[in-house]
Design a binder for this molecule. Sequence first.
Ligand code: AMP
Length: 283
Amino acid sequence: MAELIQLTTSDSCLRWVKETQAAGMTVGLVPTMGALHEGHLSLVEHAQQHCDKVLVTIFVNPTQFGPNEDYNRYPRDLKSDIEKLQSIKTDVVFSPSVEEVYPSGDGTLVDVGPVAEPWEGKLRPGHYRGVATVVLKLMNLVPAELAFFGQKDYQQTLVIKQMVRDLHVPTKVVVCPTVRESDGLAKSSRNAYLSDVERQRALSLSKALQLVQSRYDDGIRDARLLESEATELIKATGGVVLQYFALLAPGTIEAVDIAESGVVAVVAAKVGKTRLIDNLILH
Ligand code: AMP
């Protein structure tokens, strides 16, 4: 069985990609911040279906965290991540240092404009600038044919698509479905922060999304009514502070008045100190 190739320098990473492509093979890029779970691994599996070789990046990106956010305590466990990647036959893992990605004296940041402003962008100022910047860097270091991202971070997928389109990045963006726990909670590295009680409370996010789907199935189309029922469900759960719940037009950040198939219900809330997001495409 081929061993997982472990790279940490940008030179070795770019060289591997170029050699692989020169040998006639396509490369799939899966950017992550590590603390890998089945959501991340499903991205690798999608990449394996579409590309000859798959490279996973593990990099906790400092520029996408706000000053009062969890950069320092974000879960990091490279050894266990590598075992998980080996178990599903990933080809390469690239885990650079901060200095490797942000060489000293660097100054360039990528600002994608209005798509990054509302919702997450409003609550996490500068977050998407950090995301767009690091994803562009990774796409330059790993000029893959395809790059794979999770629907779990819906607005992030829009930000990345905007950046790729505006800056003529040749890599194509593929969005993969959200992987959930059996009770509906969206898998997230931050779920590790939750106590047992908080874990139960966190279920209110996916329950609220499911409620919107089932009320939509009942024939309700009034977005304000659907939002208010979902909001009530979350507010009735102790220990959860709702930040937003909204129904957005398909593939956009614009709130709708009327729900229809393809509309995306998005939610963000704090469960104790842990901030969680989730979303569901109405069908
Ligand atoms: P992160 O390590 O949290 O930055 O996530 C890396 C990638 O995995 C992003 O494209 C996320 O959207 C994706 N991802 C995170 N959680 C899930 C999930 N539960 N299902 C599918 N993709 C996910």
